[in-house]
Design a protein around this ligand. Structure first.
Ligand code: GUN
Length: 286
């Protein structure tokens, strides 16, 4: 039997509507309009598309947004000075530095991101927010994993007591996903490029999250029949062809539920960013 397809747009729409309602309350009750600043350094074409989408989502919800375009040759000091300025700007509740950074400052990524006020860190990358996630305190959580968890909840996919396996250990997806799943009382295993007998482990998963950045890496034989498969990969294999980390056509015949690429988790990321901007504004205003 073919799997239930978890369409990102259905869930993203609900997250955005919720953010829009809360933004309206902030405007009406507190006279505060949530504001997002996105800094883009250089002209990476994929980053330009992502930044446009973030800006468009803000416009849709009436959220104030600024795109700060800085030249490819920007120095660490110039970028940090801009972050310092936005940290003090009362119109701005969320600051996001679009990654990747150009080569000359890529090595300084941690220092640059850590300069963002944790209260405005809508990416959830600052060590203060990472720490809160690990200890189970309320904070700003990275958008993609937060969106996956909210989607699983809305789709009524049980996590409590279930086996969850995450393939990939990035700071953006794999590690936060581990803590969010633990927070839902799942039993979680992280697999990565050094994991031995990977398929043996993934076959135990009730919920399998693929976030490795390798096209069609997860094949049908790696999936337990009936499992939920979340594909976080976005791999461009031809100028106009995007595929995920999961061999969708084959795996959907084994899985119980699956997210497509495109049209899956990617859409949740921007919607959750809107949630984080509103949350940051609520914390500042209330
Ligand atoms: N580039 C690709 N994904 C992301 C993300 O989630 N946040 C930022 N800041 N840059 C990215």
């Amino acid at each position: 039997m073919s799997a239930r397809i978890l369409e990102g747009k259905v869930f993203a729409q609900q997250f955005k509507e919720d953010a829009g309602r809360r933004a309206a309350v902030l405007r009406e009750k507190y006279g505060v309009n949530p504001g997002l600043a996105v800094i883009i350094v250089g002209s990476n074409p994929a980053s330009q598309v992502y930044v446009r989408n973030k800006n468009k989502a803000c416009e849709e919800l009436g959220i104030y947004s600024e795109v700060v375009e800085m030249p490819e040759t920007t120095t660490k000091q110039e970028l940090i000075a801009k972050i310092d300025e936005l940290n003090l700007d009362r119109r701005i509740h969320g600051i996001l530095v679009q990654l990747p950074l150009p080569a000359q400052i890529a090595k300084d990524e941690a220092e640059i991101l850590n300069r963002i006020d944790p209260a405005k860190d809508v990416d959830g990358f600052h060590p203060v927010n990472v720490g809160r996630l690990v200890t189970g305190e309320d904070g700003l959580v990275p958008c993609t994993p937060a969106g996956c968890i909210r989607m699983l909840e809305l789709a009524d996919i049980p996590l409590d007591g279930k086996r969850a396996v995450v393939i990939g250990r990035s700071n953006i997806v794999g590690k936060p996903m581990l803590h969010l799943l633990l927070g839902k009382n799942a039993t979680v295993t992280i697999c990565h490029s050094h994991t031995e007998n990977l398929a043996e482990i993934t076959r135990e998963a009730d919920v399998l999250v693929a976030a490795i950045g390798k096209p069609n890496f997860v094949t049908a034989d790696m999936v337990k029949p009936g499992a939920t498969v979340i594909d976080v990969g976005i791999n461009r294999i031809a100028p106009k062809k995007l595929v995920g980390d999961v061999d969708f056509a084959a795996v959907k015949e084994v899985a119980g539920a699956i997210t497509p690429v495109p049209g899956g988790v990617g859409l949740l990321t921007v919607a959750m960013l809107m949630q984080n901007v509103v949350k940051a504004a609520e914390t500042a205003a209330c």
